[in-house]
Ligand binder design. Sequence first.
Ligand code: NAI
Ligand code: MG
Length: 397
Amino acid sequence: MSIRTIVNLPGDGIGKVVLDETLRVLEAVDFEANYIEGDIGWEYWKMEGNPLPQRTIDLLAKHKIALFGAITSKPKDEAAEALNPNLRDKGFIYSSPIVGLRQHFNLDICIRPCKTYLGNPLNFIRRGAKGEIEEPAVDVVIFRQNTEGLYSGVEWSNPSQQVHDAFMTNTRFAKNFGSTPKEEISISTRIFTRKATERILRAAFNHARNFGYKSVTLCEKPNVIRETSGMMYKMAMLLQKNDFPEIELWNTNIDAQMMWLTKNPENYGVIVAGNLFGDIISDGFAGLIGGLGFACSAQMSQEGIAVFEPTHGSAPKYADFDVSIVNPIAMIESACMMLDYIDEKDKAARIRKAVAEVIAEGKVRTYDMMKMSGRPDVIKNGAASSQEMVDAIIDKL
Ligand code: NAI
Ligand code: MG
């Protein structure tokens, strides 16, 4: 078998740390790959006026699979100030390279698993009927439509007359907003297409089938948002009936789901949602299993481009510590998702088992797991460094 090529996109700040540490784990599990590093992030914005250079896009187009750390993103004004003086006033405008990647490659499927590790002191706990403490084992995988819906950027403030006229053809708009001056109106649209909706639904059902989940929960609001959520709900019912009869389809509303999140999170398996609700629900579940140090994700396209990344950012505050204190597990878990994706499931399982053993033992914990605030002195106070955490995981391997 030929050796794979993986594009490494360390990015900025702690993205570099967690990716480097993760490569050590991949090596320890004898995963063989050629790694090529791609340029992305704030440094390239400052130097070149582009945080996502074309050469990086070309690399990913060629090799298809990337491990991505995290990048630093800043508001437009700050970005303009940070730009290399030679490039100022030459028309360079900052835009997030994450959004850039997502749009360029149409990474429409976002997957965010949230699984409880036994012994993680950050696990969500609740009281049972007799006042006893319960620690539900969460094992949820969220499938979020990643390119459409409320985040697609089709929006206006003070819309043009033509846009306003078009909206006025909608009777509800005319009745409720028709008398408001258009200068006082902002509109953000929520567009779902059948194609992308079908893809995210199918991906969710396939995942349930392949990984033994008994249910797929559609988490939307079809009783109120009738057109978009309503379409997704109808399509989910049809897909379940025709192609996935062995998997149960549950339907929850996003608001109620946020309540059930803490009441019975262990009951859910695969959850599928549009862009905004998927974003909300995945952060909600991530909070139950330890938060940013544990939250991993994948984004993938129909053309087979796949990017695996922790959901946390570059945490610039911690980037320059002499000894890195951040939790590398979210990035390591993201690499496990990559291994699953390229059919190296045994290696992924070995890594997850090693991580589980380290957490269950409880001897090696990064500062977040000890509920400390992140300062250089956490090491002195007993927290493990990023490197020590990875050493412990490698020991178990
Ligand atoms: P952040 O995720 O970088 O950090 C927020 C806080 O979470 C940190 O201060 C730290 O307390 C904690 N944290 C994050 N990762 C951790 C880890 N691995 N272990 C332990 N604790 C961890 O989000 P923030 O501070 O809002 O943004 C910082 C920069 O990152 C910004 O420039 C932002 O635009 C960017 N960002 C990038 C993302 C990406 O690359 N995917 C996602 C989110 C933010
Ligand atoms: Mg989010």
